[in-house]
Design a protein around this ligand. Sequence first.
Ligand code: 13P
Length: 253
Amino acid sequence: MRTKIVAGNWKMNLDRDQSIQLVNAISAALQNHDLQGNRVMVFPPFVNISAAQQASNRDLRVEVGAQNMHQAASGAYTGEVSAQMLLSNEVTTVILGHSERREYFYESDALLKEKVDAAIAHGMEVVFCFGEKLEERNTGNHFKVVEDQLKKAIFHLHEGDWEKIILAYEPVWAIGTGMTASPEQAQEMHAFIRATIAQAYSREMAEGISILYGGSVKPGNAVEIFGKPDVDGGLIGGAALQAADFIAIIKAL
Ligand code: 13P
């Protein structure tokens, strides 16, 4: 049975106090909630990671990860953070490949491959994001685009490395737009992703990979989306910033 996950990508939002308040609220709501083996994660900006960790200490079920990292071990890269730095702060999960990193910070498939390799070499867990743009879906190229993104950045990994990989399919047109993929569209793509992994590796391995959906997941649509057989939870943006919404989405699992 693969793990189901609800993860909050806070992007560049919330100051220190707000971060603490939000983690406290999530922890409090989970006190009497049986997660049944499911995982809850939050990804604050680097500077607020330690505050969020401290707030979650009472309830370790809220895991805290990072939104990005640099591929090099150390060096003259002003403004960047390495895997070793994250590990030394007890951060063991990192998001890589988010469409906002690809678009605004020009992160290419080749660069993402380097980042994935650096994270895996350090024993870190990676939430690897990918997904097509609207014009790519409208021209019928969405399956090809998704397959290419996976092949170029993670399909070189050894089968054993995949224990550390969580996938997050995030169609770019659904991110922050309120225009969510329908549960059927999500299921169709997730099944395709799983079949592609099965072809490259094995069916058994593909069945064990958690594939999250991201893009305008809200309390009102989470139950339907998470109900699809190949959707193993969600990577949540806007709705992860409001305790009540995020908790409702966790409960939708
Ligand atoms: P929204 O939930 O705000 O659409 O963002 C999704 C996302 O980008 C999560 O990484």
